[in-house]
Design a protein around this ligand. Sequence first.
Ligand SMILES: [Zn+2]
Length: 362
Amino acid sequence: MMPKRTPLLQIVSGAGAKGPACFVVETGGPRLMLDLGYGPQPGLWPDVSAVGPVDALLLSHGHADHAGGLKLRAAIGDPPLWASEPVLRGLPSGLPCHTLPLQGSSEVLGIPVRCGRSGHAPGGIWIHLAVGDGLLYMGDNSVESALYAFDPPPPAATVIVDASYGDYDEALESCQRNLAPAVARGSLLLPVPETGRGPEIALHLYRAGVTPHLSSAMREALLRLATVDRAVLCADVAETLADIAACAPAIDVPQGVMLAGRADGAGGECAMLLERWRAAAEPAMVFTGYLPPGTPAATLTAAGRAQYQRWNVHPRLSDNAALVKATGARTVIAAFGDARHRDAWQHAFAPAQLLLQGPVPL
Ligand SMILES: [Zn+2]
């Protein structure tokens, strides 16, 4: 009889630096890939040339740096996809797809899987695989969102945490306070992702008595959340989102607080608005997310035309430390953050062992 192989986690891309997410789980049976992203820097693809055939591709959420690399599927044997319904709805049609639950248990090719909402984006989930002593993949997550619900994950010996923010540890409330003067001033353009912090900022503003102006894609996103995707929301916010979508003015001249995608300004209605107003005195512009090099987000802030104020959509260092403790993890892979934070992570996650490279025995 052949000895049973130890299950392994291979880190293809996504640890040690901000980059596209891509992990492979060698279960000893089917080979599972977790996410296949692209970016966030333009032109940044994961190198899947040595991965070989994969049996299933599981997606944590629909953001490009987690699900934007689907055209690489041919290089890994065209595996079928598993993701939550809201994420599947946003994928190109014609792909072989299976549904993962937003909350609860399922199975992928015989491997028991548990999922829960990750508090980050519509349909965003963490994924727990009953492989080895348990692997928990957080994808991107946040425990601070007033919009997207977060379900506490189960114990796991190995956890891939969303360490996008390195050693950053400010509360979302402090981000909101810092943004308040620009909001009070009016005539403010906020480039945001429609499927991320955009609707969350709209909800925050509305609750604070400020009705935002919305691009048409933002309005559609709010309506989708309030109806077909309402299962991803915290309790009691769906009706408020529908109210905002119904009463928010469109974006026309520089006036009020204006929400438009994309967040990096490199596409969508936002790209057009930035082009129109970049040389004008109004409106003020504040970017609130990652500033990918080479995009308007990076160039306009570097030139002083736009400001930057983070709006938390990823966990703080103390959130990740609490997660590691709650799951009882022995091994932690800090994903999506810069390796220069290694010492802070190691200190925060001790006595768990910190790894930034695979293969990791499970
Ligand atoms: Zn994301």
